[in-house]
Design a protein around this ligand. Sequence first.
Ligand code: NAD
Ligand code: MG
Length: 388
Amino acid sequence: MRSLTILGATGSIGSSTLDVVARHPDRFKVHAVSGHHRIDELAGICQRFEPRLVAVPDDAAAQRLIQQGVGSRTEILVGRPGLVQIATSPDADTVMAAIVGAAGLAPTLAAARAGKRILLANKEALVMAGAVFVDAASSAGAEVLPIDSEHNAVFQCLPLGRVRAGVRRIVLTASGGPFRQMSLEAMAAVTPEQACRHPNWSMGRKISVDSATMMNKGLELIEAHYLFRTPDHALDVVVHPQSIVHSMVEYDDGSVLAQLGNPDMRTPIAHAMGYPERIDSGVESLSLIDVARLDFEAPDYDRFRCLRLARAALSAEGSAPCVLNAANEVAVDAFLDRRIRFVDIADVCESTLEALGDGPAGECLDSVMAIDAEARGAATHRIAELDR
Ligand code: NAD
Ligand code: MG
């Protein structure tokens, strides 16, 4: 029986995880959960799964849980220390890291230091603090299993999930998002609702916008660099609009291994939860006859400037990935609040990278968070200029 903490249980990945858990009551027990918004939904999760611990952002959220009768079976923890406590609890062996953005770094890193099996969805944590995170996990003997569908696919195409000699290239597939064929002029006018309407995947709002700008694929290149210790010249992106081939590994002999499946995050979640065994995820069988064709094309680095910026940040290393991630989070928020245009996201990222992207990488959580804070300040300043 595995005992699971779910950081970000109310999100898209959180609910897919709970769906897989519910299919295997003999294998998994939910030990702890967290949620930041949608506290009523969190109360429902507590009533259904009866975790021992729940972490919420503040006292108002805790009161709301108590009003719904959650306090009797489940201990309620408040604020950031609560997140770290559930991520490191000795009674959980596995942590699903599914908080979105920089907020997930501290508890995910704490889980790594505590030697947990980490099911890593929170790619931003790895982009911000790649070396710090990977070192912490390897010194504590924490096992990191990727949830991001591309990285989970790559993991499945590598023996024991590790890069061995003989790998020539890792190729990440990208759907191209909702604006794959749209001109830059037309992109200037797109709304948050359009950006969040992904053709193949149902996801949270931040990653949906990242998919639309293709920053998501850029963050994933950086994620792959740290997860698989692969240099940037051996990492490629190919646009594949059907999202059936989730990624590929090419070997020196010319063999290419790919992982295929319907676009449903329960597949990579169930893969990592059951690993090394295979368990039912609830995902339908893939019908290649219904899919009928698989298309591939090169990414357009001119229309999707965010992808180019992420490539540049990856080759620059140092502070650049962390700066880029912070600027992007601030810019995506501003776009979702209708303070800047969709195409301004790349502008904010570029100007922030130019200002702050040539420093050294953070060496510990505090220095990473300092780089993150400075970049958020610079990005906010740039947004104020654009807003005028
Ligand atoms: P989501 O917005 O649906 O859920 C985010 C979760 O994080 C929620 O539980 C929310 O309450 C919590 N949260 C938000 N802000 C927080 C804060 N400041 N402090 C603590 N908790 C906070 O997002 P999602 O789509 O489930 O994505 C989660 C992570 O998984 C992201 O890093 C994303 O890039 C990654 N991911 C998601 C998908 C997908 O299909 N949804 C696929 C691959 C990777
Ligand atoms: Mg992905």
